[in-house]
Design a binder for this molecule. Sequence first.
Ligand code: ZN
Length: 136
Amino acid sequence: MTNENYSIAHIAVAVPELQSALQNIEKVLGLKAGGPIEEVADQKVKLQFVDIGGVRFEFLEPTSTDSPISKFIDKRGGGIHHVAIRVKDIDAKLAELKAKGVALIDEKARIGAEGCKIAFLHPKACGGILVELVQE
Ligand code: ZN
């Protein structure tokens, strides 16, 4: 069975400092970041994407000590933060999940990186994985 209505939009990695993290993965694996550094004020992060064979990694650096990414780094020292899944109609998907009683962090979509509509599910909804829905 394939889940053709879904695909991975990106895998996000929390880092204390974007520039040195990107320099490190270039040094270790030869991977180069693409595109500009973007700041998402709403989530208190700046970020850059790295494409690895068609899978995008979103490197996130907190811009404030009260950023959710700061708290994650304080607790765990960084690492994989969330998995973003592309959906065609995020408002319909959120309504469907809410009706099913799924634990949501965002009951309404907001604007994330690259101007996409995004919403986070609670990690307890997906076996401890923080899932972000993305409508491009
Ligand atoms: Zn993301």
